[in-house]
Write a protein that binds this ligand. Structure first.
Ligand SMILES: Cc1cc2nc3c(=O)[nH]c(=O)nc-3n(C[C@H](O)[C@H](O)[C@H](O)COP(=O)(O)OP(=O)(O)OC[C@H]3O[C@@H](n4cnc5c(N)ncnc54)[C@H](O)[C@@H]3O)c2cc1C
Length: 364
């Protein structure tokens, strides 16, 4: 069955392999792309097929072996001066060209700023479906399909989305929703140099690129996060959280209600419509624990909840729970940490305690 009579006909049976596009960030493979490679590996093993990785850029060939160590069986490399600078249309065309040429069944792209920008071009050129923001995947072995699973209607429903009759099925997932795979130096694979034909018909010329100076580090990379919710009662509540974050070497983030109230900016929002984070330690302060918020902390190693309502759902989703008013608990924590930091012996005890706590959580 053809969805649109003008589209070229394809035979889905001819499409094999699960691909992940690997974004390059400051000369290294981005963590978000590697996470997609990890998903591709799992899906490919269920489908008994190969994992492909795509690298586009200038000087990216040197990263191909690294992609194999992280799970790729074949690495398709488009390395030349045309790709020195990233343009969404150019990269989109290159990836679409490679997909047409090598016919993968599925293509996974991390939902970073770049991924969200250029993946629709790929889908449009290939006239195929794109399922954005997947939170898991399923393989339907009877229909030989890969389904993207994602919450919808405010996470009240979980949609299982199939791409009918078009290939590759394209999926995106936000950074940190899936774990980063382990590097295995014993892995072997094939590196395939490619030469995509691109026209870049849009004709946009990039004159320069500059980074926005950020006041704080991005929350998706923070190891410790102190997150505030509606329970803070006002913007001033974040002043206490900022002090706490500073003494424990963390960053501040928040719930959507805190963002909607204007107490913290949207780039610091954790959750389904914010960011997924993977801190080692996450303090949820005055946050009830709505499913959309919990979505953003599934990869966090240790969650500490501070809430005055003992029945708040966050207490079913944390490692440690402190019941009480945050205006009493957080200043007490600040005081305690300052005291520990002032005494070298206490620091040793504190570090040992932390190691024990982490081991306990990991079940060692
Ligand atoms: C489509 C959709 C997408 C969404 N995306 C997101 C998202 O990305 N991120 C997100 O966070 N939410 C998201 N939400 C909203 C989500 O459903 C919740 O409404 C939101 O997470 C609640 O924020 P909160 O926990 O800060 O506030 P509340 O649910 O109002 O909870 C406040 C908590 O603070 C506690 N509290 C009050 N006073 C104190 C005090 N003095 N000391 C200690 N505790 C106190 C209360 O007991 C309560 O548990 C989304 C909703 C929809 C429909």
């Amino acid at each position: 069955m053809s969805i649109c009579s003008e589209w070229d006909r394809i035979n889905p049976e001819e499409y094999v392999g699960v691909w992940a596009y690997l974004e390059v960030e400051d000369g290294s493979l981005s963590e978000a792309g590697l996470q997609m490679l990890g998903v591709a590996r799992l899906l490919a093993s269920q489908k008994d097929t190969y994992v492909g990785a795509v690298l586009i850029g200038r000087g990216v060939s040197s990263l191909a072996r690294e992609a194999i160590y992280y799970g790729a069986d074949r690495v398709y490399v488009a390395d030349d001066e045309r790709f020195e600078k990233y343009y969404p249309t150019l990269y989109g065309e290159a990836l679409a060209y490679l997909a047409k040429e090598y016919k993968p069944e599925a293509l996974l792209v991390a939902g970073t700023m770049r991924g969200r920008e250029f993946t629709p071009y790929v889908a449009n050129i290939l006239k195929t479906g794109i399922t954005a923001d997947c939170t898991s995947f399923e393989v339907d072995s009877a229909a030989k399909d890969i389904l993207g699973v994602r919450p919808t209607f405010g996470a009240y429903l979980i949609a299982h989305i199939r791409t009918l009759n078009r290939r590759p099925a394209i999926f995106t997932a936000r950074p940190n929703v899936f774990p980063t795979p382990q590097k295995d130096l014993a892995r072997e694979g094939e590196i395939i140099p490619t030469n995509p034909k691109v026209v870049d018909a849009v004709g946009v010329k990039l004159l320069g690129r500059s980074r926005f100076g950020r006041g704080a580090a991005p929350i998706e990379k923070a190891k410790i996060l102190v997150s505030g919710g509606k329970g803070l009662g006002g913007k001033e509540g974040f002043t206490i959280l900022e002090e706490f974050a500073k003494v424990i070497g963390g960053e501040v983030s928040g719930s959507r209600k805190a963002v909607d109230a204007g107490w913290i900016t949207h780039d610091r929002q954790v959750g389904q419509t914010g960011k997924a984070v993977r801190a080692d330690l996450y303090f949820a302060v005055g946050i009830s624990g709505a499913v959309q918020h919990l979505f953003g902390i599934r990869e966090v190693r240790c969650v500490v909840a501070i809430n005055k309502d003992p029945d708040a759902p966050i207490f079913d989703n944390c490692d440690y729970g402190l019941v009480g008013d945050y205006t009493e608990i957080v200043p007490a924590l600040i005081k305690a940490v300052k005291k520990i930091k002032a005494s070298p012996q206490l620091i040793t005890n504190f570090v040992n305690l932390n190691i024990n706590v982490v081991n306990l959580i990991k079940g060692n």
